[in-house]
Design a protein around this ligand. Structure first.
Ligand code: SF4
Ligand code: SF4
Ligand code: FES
Length: 334
């Protein structure tokens, strides 16, 4: 493998005490390395030979501990898992390809790429990440009862998902994808005794119904945990347990009702069923704006062509919920 020259553009951050004010500037370093060198190794090289003041976290160097997560060329990734050649970009006016390094998003910065991880872990602690005793604990646990659980236990608490979460960006109260994936890990654990109580708490404000399903967490996760899928499964279980008195649940049910009955959304009526008449009246300015732009949908319900096909799809999904849940069929141990 040939050696190439790269420019590392590193965000330097200095936090001024408790007022949270952070001074930010960018510093460039030239480094020679192979395309397959990891960003973490390249940063170590810069720190060891050019500038010992650069600050970042690392530990395992094997994509296991989660401590080296940072924004690399615009996306949050693990520095120890990311090859320089994959993220290097040509930039106009620059002689060599550039790799940009910055701290995770949505989290308080302490120095350079080091963030304060306490708020992230506070969110995880809030969902009480441990098995609780109670009436709903299964007394029999089969060999493949853990298919759901195993998937989410791959999480290494790196924070990549939270860093990229579009809702966390605008709503710091949101519990976030990692905590919700962790919550699903316990709701789906057969030994958990308080599944319903957990789903009730998860139906509250700033919990599972706040996710906008943008899928950024799925894309960012280095361990394929797919937090958004866990959130969707939590919502399904919440509705099945009768926790339907939330805006999110009402919206999902209205959506389901329209698609199964007509194959087409009646957006006005979906809004009425979701936020009620007073809420809908509050949206009149938005509706007038949409009307002006010619984007207001027809308020008259109509049936979509091919509705029978849509119903068949629903029938299949409803008869095979295990496929939707990617849950292996429960079988007796051999
Ligand atoms: S899908 Fe939901 S949890 Fe995931 S990044 Fe988007 S808003 Fe956040
Ligand atoms: S869900 Fe994925 S991205 Fe989020 S903390 Fe866990 S391992 Fe990291
Ligand atoms: S150093 Fe542990 S995940 Fe990168």
């Amino acid at each position: 493998m040939s050696i190439k020259t790269y420019i590392f553009r590193v965000q330097r951050n200095t936090c001024h005490g408790d007022n949270g004010k952070v001074d930010t500037n960018w510093q460039e370093y030239i480094i020679e390395c192979e395309e397959t060198t990891t960003v973490l190794t390249a940063l170590d090289d810069i720190r060891d030979h050019q500038d010992s003041t650069i600050t970042y976290r690392q530990s395992c160097r094997s994509a296991i501990c989660g401590s080296c997560a940072m924004k690399i060329s615009g996306k949050t990734r693990l520095a120890c898992k990311t090859h320089v050649g994959i993220v290097a970009r040509s930039v106009e006016g620059k002689e060599h390809q550039v790799i940009e390094v910055a701290p995770q998003g949505n989290q308080p910065v302490l120095k350079d790429m080091a963030i304060d991880i306490a708020p992230f872990f506070d969110r995880v602690i809030k969902i009480q990440p441990f098995i609780k005793g109670g009436d709903e604990a299964d007394t029999e646990v089969h060999q493949n009862s853990y298919d759901q659980v195993n998937h989410v236990t791959q999480c290494i608490m790196c924070g990549c998902c939270y860093s990229e979460c579009t809702v966390a960006e605008v709503s710091p109260e949101y519990i976030g994808p990692a905590a919700l994936a962790k919550a699903f890990r316990f709701v789906s654990d057969p030994r958990e005794g308080c599944k319903t109580a957990r789903l009730k708490e998860l139906s509250e404000d700033h919990m599972m119904w706040s996710c906008s399903r943008c899928a950024m967490c799925v894309e960012a996760c280095p361990k394929d945990v797919a937090p958004m899928e866990a959130i969707v499964k939590l919502r399904t279980r919440g509705i099945q347990k009768g926790f339907t008195n939330t805006t999110g649940a009402k919206h999902a049910l209205a959506f389901h009702e329209d698609i199964t009955s007509r194959g087409d959304l009646n957006e006005f009526s979906v809004m009425m069923r979701t936020i009620g008449i007073f809420g809908t009246m509050g949206e009149i300015p938005t509706a007038l704006h949409l009307l002006k732009k010619g984007k207001i949908p027809s308020p008259i319900p109509h049936k979509a062509e091919g509705i029978e096909e849509v119903r068949k799809m629903y029938d299949i999904l409803e008869k095979n919920p295990l496929d939707v849940e990617t849950k292996a069929k429960e079988v007796e141990p051999e």
